[in-house]
Ligand binder design. Structure first.
Ligand SMILES: [Zn+2]
Length: 244
């Protein structure tokens, strides 16, 4: 018997009464666990099987883990009481599920998801939390451009009026003229995104980000996730359809 703490990323039906839980843990990475009888109304496990619940599980087994018992650490009650926050939390766990390798702990991923959910719970703007998460996930999957360097000439830049979808990075004004289909951006966008990517999580408060910059960052990050990393998520389509 072992004890493991984690976030429920996913809960999948297995037969009539059982669930397979996908859990993100700090020490074991992403693992699957069989929760026998967890679909039954009377099951004490039922409460710990909802996505983004944080719980401690007693598990046994070798190749496959079986859940003996679970106790909830945090249900993120405030997040769940608000549709926008819930939708962003569902997006956060789906994104983490997609990028976390099986049974391989990755330094920082657990802390990142903890930060996202705890910050939303405390009332930090869920959209901002999602963008910070994406910035770090893009970095982790290796498709985040160097934001303080021109994607065309590779010389340093601190301000940029353009993002190139083709080159996947910011451009000097002069370099932008020569590139097809550039997206116009706020001049300070490279610095802002660099901050999103690098600022220690514990120092993030409610960063002041204009509506225009938010929309641009959202569009660029979604583009990088989908076109460069091949990550297409149902929960993201839901957020887009809700326009939140
Ligand atoms: Zn350049």
């Amino acid at each position: 018997m072992a004890q493991v703490e984690g976030f429920i990323l996913r809960s999948t039906d297995y037969g009539e009464n059982d669930l397979i839980l996908t859990l993100l843990t700090e020490s074991w990475g992403k693992i699957g666990m069989m929760a026998r009888g967890a679909k039954k109304t009377a099951s004490p496990l039922r409460a710990c099987t909802t996505p983004f619940t944080q719980a401690v599980f007693q598990v046994y087994g070798h190749k496959m883990f079986y859940v003996q018992q679970g106790s909830i650490l945090n249900t993120y009650r405030n997040v769940r009481s608000d549709l926008t926050s819930t939708s962003y939390a569902v997006y956060a766990v789906e994104l983490m599920d997609r990028v976390s390798p099986d049974k391989e702990p990755v330094s920082g991923l657990y802390a990142l998801l903890t930060w996202v959910l705890e910050s939303m719970e405390r009332g930090l703007d869920p959209q901002l939390c999602a963008r910070i998460l994406e910035a770090r996930v893009l970095d982790f999957v290796g498709v985040m451009p160097a934001w303080l360097q021109c994607a065309a000439c590779h010389l340093p830049l601190s301000e940029s009026p353009y993002f190139s979808p083709v080159l996947g990075g910011p451009l000097h004004q002069a370099c932008g003229y020569a590139q097809p289909d550039v997206m116009e951006t706020n001049l300070n966008l490279p610095k802002l995104i660099y901050t999103f990517q690098k600022i220690p999580l514990e120092r993030i408060g409610n960063l002041a980000v204009s509506e225009t910059a938010r929309a641009q960052i959202s569009k660029i990050f979604q583009y990088l996730l989908e076109e460069f990393a091949g990550i297409h998520l149902r929960s993201r389509r839901f957020l887009d359809s809700m326009n939140i």
